[in-house]
Design a binder for this molecule. Structure first.
Ligand code: ZN
Length: 233
C-alpha cells in the first residue's frame, strides 16, 4: 500500500502519479502495476456549456405545458369556474418577463414596457372576472404605469448616465418615496377621502434623510472613497 508523499492520499498500485496532486509515485518496496486497469477513468469527462437557446426551450416548454394542462384540467375536471385563466395568464406573464433571458438582442426599454403592459393586462383580466368597485382604473392601472416608468428611469440612469452604486441608491430611494406617496394618494382618492399623506410621509422622511446622507457622501471625495474602500464598491 502506497501513500502520496505530498498530500497523503492512499494510492492504487496502478498509479504512476498521485491522482489528486499529480506528484510522482516512487515506492522502492512496491513496483507500479502497469498491467491492471486503473480504478478510475483516465479521460476527463466533458460536457458542453448550456446555451441561451437551451434555457429558452426548457422554460418555454414548461410554461406552455403548464398552461395547456391546467386549461384541460379546468375544462374537463374542475370546471366550476375559470380558474385556469389565472394560471395561463401567469405563464404568459412569466414568459414575457423572461424575454431578455431568452433573446440577447431584446431592447431592455421595450422589454420593460412590455412587462408593464403584461401586468396591466393580467390585472385587467382579474378585474374582468371580478367586476367590482373600479379598483382597476383607480389603483392597478396608474400604479403599474408609475412602477414601469420608474424602472425605465432607473435603467436609463444605469445604462446612459452610468450611475455609480451610491448614485443609483439615491435614485432608488427617491423613486421608492415618490411611489409610496402616489400609492397613498391614489388609495385616498379611491376611498373618496380628502387628499393628504400620513404613513407615506414617514417613508418620505426616512428616504429624504438617507438620500441627504448619501448625497453628502457622494459630494465629499474623502467620504466617498472611504465608503467605496470599506464596502468594496
Ligand atoms: Zn498527492
Amino acid at each position: 500500500m502506497s501513500y502520496c508523499v505530498n498530500c497523503g492520499v492512499e494510492l492504487d498500485k496502478t498509479c504512476a502519479v498521485c491522482p489528486l496532486c499529480n506528484t510522482k509515485v516512487c515506492n522502492p518496496n512496491e513496483e507500479t502495476d502497469h498491467v491492471s486497469p486503473p480504478p478510475f477513468p483516465v479521460r476527463r469527462g466533458y460536457t458542453e456549456p448550456v446555451q441561451r437557446g437551451d434555457i429558452t426551450i426548457l422554460l418555454s416548454v414548461v410554461l406552455a405545458v403548464t398552461a395547456v394542462v391546467c386549461g384541460l384540467l379546468n375544462f374537463f375536471v374542475f370546471s366550476s369556474n375559470a380558474w385556469s385563466l389565472y394560471v395561463i395568464g401567469g405563464c404568459v406573464l412569466l414568459w414575457i418577463f423572461c424575454l431578455p433571458v431568452f433573446f440577447a438582442k431584446v431592447n431592455v426599454y421595450a422589454s420593460i414596457v412590455l412587462d408593464g403592459i403584461g401586468i396591466a393586462l393580467y390585472f385587467g383580466m382579474i378585474a374582468w372576472r371580478h367586476p367590482g368597485n373600479g379598483w382597476y382604473m383607480a389603483l392597478a392601472l396608474p400604479l403599474t404605469g408609475l412602477a414601469a416608468a420608474m424602472i425605465l428611469l432607473f435603467v436609463a440612469g444605469i445604462r446612459r448616465i452610468r450611475l455609480s452604486i451610491l448614485s443609483s441608491s439615491v435614485l432608488v430611494l427617491g423613486e421608492a418615496a415618490v411611489f409610496m406617496v402616489a400609492v397613498e394618494l391614489l388609495i385616498r382618492s379611491f376611498r373618496q377621502l380628502p387628499p393628504g399623506i400620513t404613513w407615506s410621509a414617514v417613508v418620505l422622511t426616512c428616504c429624504v434623510i438617507i438620500d441627504a446622507a448619501l448625497l453628502t457622501v457622494i459630494r465629499r471625495s474623502r467620504l466617498r472613497e472611504e465608503v467605496r474602500r470599506r464596502m468594496h464598491i
